[in-house]
Design a protein around this ligand. Structure first.
Ligand SMILES: Nc1ncnc2c1ncn2[C@@H]1O[C@H](COP(=O)(O)OP(=O)(O)O)[C@@H](O)[C@H]1O
Ligand SMILES: C=C(OP(=O)(O)O)C(=O)O
Ligand SMILES: [Ca+2]
Ligand SMILES: [Mn+2]
Length: 661
């Protein structure tokens, strides 16, 4: 044993071997790093190159070159998307996180170069500014980040972002917790004036091209003023022949993760071939629009320009604007190809029987299409083409208020890592979510990829629908829980698009509010409702689909007296539609609405099938029934002058299919 100058034995720390050759020092081999930063750099393994290196030396060299070229083209495309229309060049964009300086170079990313950009010609000539401060800086692009990377960005930089006890990302959408339909504008150029639905009842509030460009410039300048922007390149529509490429440019990781979940996620190969998007969203939601700008009536504006294939969002961070904004675009693009776009959920039985669930917000599309015994095709947006149905989206957007594990286990279990949870309240310490808490909003939401539902049908396509279920949440309590509709009745109720929810969240009894929204989605349609109705009638006839009206609302009296029909009963009713049991049931006809209602359904108390039985005050029932019938009649007046489909006999039948009193 060696001695130190002071005579004490030196403590040996390594290299000491026992007779049997085994080292008993408990420390493992030292890490191969000199500093903590180097150690951290070891943590992250570099992702494999997306282009597989091909066999042979020469082609390997070619592949490496093409990878670099591809990266360059991708940055050029993003730079072009972000280019100002009043300045000569696009911004200098560089891939990577500005907080991780130096790494991009280390990873061999191409050095950033300002890209020449040939902008679209537009009539409002603006002087060209060749040098500006904005062209001196770089905009970092966080391109198609993974959920894990987006979590880190959100938690680091966005107030109100937390990981919940089940791993979801809790976020706040800011001042707006729902859509702003009164701020949704569409450029009315010559073509749009001809093709689109304008005027009373239409969701399309007009704006001119110049105002759109003003707002676009505002959004682009805002985005370019930031250190970094998120860019998602994704797809819409699982029907591969009618797939739309969308690019979403946003300032928040929340928005990027939301769209990652809601749109169809490209594979690495698909991303390499992505090229130029068909449609681009500029989401500058944190930044308001300028009320001195023509047409602006608030600080919010959601603007669509079909000719430019662009959408600009100013003054709202509610992510649903992007989802439903793109849905509007599909309502324009698809009918031009003879494809019907539908605001509906969709699922399929194991035998291949497909059902559509139409309905306004809160009526049960998401809840009822998510069915443990069936394959989920989608919860909200679909297309019906000559080859069948296809989901437009890659994810679901479920309401979370009062969510329970028992009643909705599939949705409950989908709220895990990767899921965006909007505006929920959770325990400060345990991060357990209280789904009953409405402190932020009643419209709490979860956005998750569709494959988080165990029985999702991937790819999300199916054959022609067998059943078309129209959902209404009737807070007046007079519509039957289920009725079988003939084609004319189906069209009448489809065009009416009725639901009645209870306004406000305050205590005390409130008058139910009847809502009529054509095609169960007037907020999203672009053409006149009769165009969609005619297509639906034609398809239902051609493929022999049966229409049903299902009331998921009140029973035993109106809101305040009766109760919302129990979800397990509604599920039994839906089961009986799917199984065919209801096709052969005995029916009787109701007064006023003339609806065919079954007298018996397995698992549902027979007395609730005719609402009159559940009301103790029969006089009040009749009065309420007539009141609702009157509202239907009044709403339908505007459609009386339109022809639906090729011949006028269907139009006459539809007009006669409403309430009679
Ligand atoms: N009988 C019922 N049928 C359907 N949904 C019900 C019923 N009773 C209560 N609900 C609740 O109503 C809400 C329906 O909302 P959701 O399915 O998200 O509608 P949509 O997708 O059409 O907007 C859910 O919160 C669900 O739990
Ligand atoms: C997201 C929406 O859809 P729904 O409420 O129908 O689920 C919406 O209407 O904003
Ligand atoms: Ca909706
Ligand atoms: Mn829904």
């Amino acid at each position: 044993m060696a001695s130190t100058p002071n005579g004490l034995a030196r403590i040996e720390t390594h290299g000491k071997k026992h007779e049997n050759g085994i080292c008993h020092d408990d420390s493992a081999a030292p890490v191969r790093a000199q500093t903590i930063d180097e150690l951290h750099s070891l943590q992250r393994k570099r992702s494999a190159p997306t282009t597989p290196i091909k066999e042979g030396a020469a082609s390997a060299f070619a592949a490496a070159l093409s990878e670099e070229e591809r990266q360059r083209q991708q940055l050029q495309s993003i730079s072009a998307s972000l280019a100002s229309l009043t300045r000569e060049t696009g911004p200098k964009v560089v891939k990577g996180d500005p907080a991780r300086k130096g790494e991009a170079a280390a990873k061999g990313a191409p050095s950033p170069q300002p890209q020449p950009h040939h902008h679209h010609h537009h009539p409002h000539v603006t002087p060209t500014i060749s040098v500006s401060d904005s062209s001196l800086k770089f905009t970092h692009v966080l391109y198609n980040l993974s959920p894990a990377e987006l979590y880190e960005q959100a938690i680091k930089y966005e107030k109100g972002s937390f990981i919940t006890s089940t791993g979801a990302l809790a976020t706040l959408s800011g001042a707006k917790t729902g859509r702003s339909p009164r701020d949704k504008r569409v450029v009315k150029d010559e073509a749009a004036a001809q093709e689109l639905w304008w005027g009373k009842g239409s969701p399309n509030i007009e704006m001119d091209e110049h105002t759109f460009l003003t707002n676009r410039e505002r959004a682009v300048d805002y985005l370019n003023s930031l250190d970094k922007v998120f860019v998602n390149d994704q797809f819409l529509n699982w029907d591969s022949e009618n797939r739309i490429k969308v690019r979403i440019i946003s300032a928040r990781a929340y928005h990027s993760l939301f769209m990652h979940n809601m749109c169809i996620r490209p594979t690495e190969e698909e991303l390499e071939e992505f090229g130029t998007p068909d449609f681009t969203i500029y989401n500058a939601g944190q930044f308001p629009c300028n009320r001195y700008t023509h047409y602006m009536t608030s600080s919010t504006s959601v603007d669509i320009n079909l000719a430019r294939r662009e959408m600009v969002i100013l003054g709202t961070q509610y992510a649903g604007e992007m989802k439903k904004g793109l849905f509007g675009v599909m309502h324009y693009l698809m009918p031009r190809r003879g494809i019907l776009s539908l605001h509906s959920g969709c699922n399929m039985g194991k035998q291949g029987d497909v059902a559509l669930f139409f309905g306004l917000s809160g009526t049960g599309k998401t809840t009822l299409s998510t069915d443990h015994n069936r394959l989920l095709i989608g919860d909200d947006e679909h297309c019906w083409s000559d080859s069948g149905v296809s989901n437009i989206e890659g994810g679901c957007y479920a309401k979370c208020i009062d969510l329970s594990r028992e009643k909705e286990p599939d949705i409950w279990n989908a709220i895990k890592f990767g899921t965006v949870l909007e505006n929920v309240v959770f325990d400060e310490h345990t991060r357990e979510v209280d789904y009953t808490d409405k402190s932020v909003t009643e419209n709490t939401r979860a956005a998750y990829p569709i494959e988080y539902i165990p029985n999702a049908k991937i790819p999300c396509v199916g054959p022609h629908p067998k059943n078309v279920i129209l959902l209404a949440c009737d807070a007046f309590g007079v519509l039957p829980p289920v009725s079988k509709l003939n084609l004319a009745q189906t069209m009448y109720h489809f065009i009416s698009g009725y639901t009645a929810l209870v306004a406000g969240t305050e205590d005390g009894i409130k008058e139910p509010q009847a809502t009529f929204s054509a095609c169960f989605g007037a907020a999203f349609i672009m053409l006149h409702p009769t165009k969609y109705a005619a297509m639906l009638a034609e398809k239902m006839q051609k493929y022999s689909a049966t229409g049903w009206l299902v009331n998921t609302g009140w029973s035993g009296g109106r809101y305040g007296v009766g109760k919302r029909i129990k979800l397990p009963y509604t599920r039994k009713i839906i089961d009986a539609i799917h199984s065919g049991e209801l096709l052969t049931a005995n029916y009787k006809k109701t007064e006023v609405f003339g609806l065919e209602i079954p007298t018996e359904i397995d698992g549902v108390p027979s007395e609730i099938l005719d609402p009159i039985n559940t009301w103790t005050d029969k006089g009040a029932y009749k009065e309420t029934l007539l009141k609702l019938a009157g509202l239907f009649k009044k709403n339908f007046e505007v459609f009386a002058n339109y022809k639906i489909g090729g011949d006028s006999s269907l139009t006459d039948e539809i007009l006669a299919a409403g309430p009679n009193f």
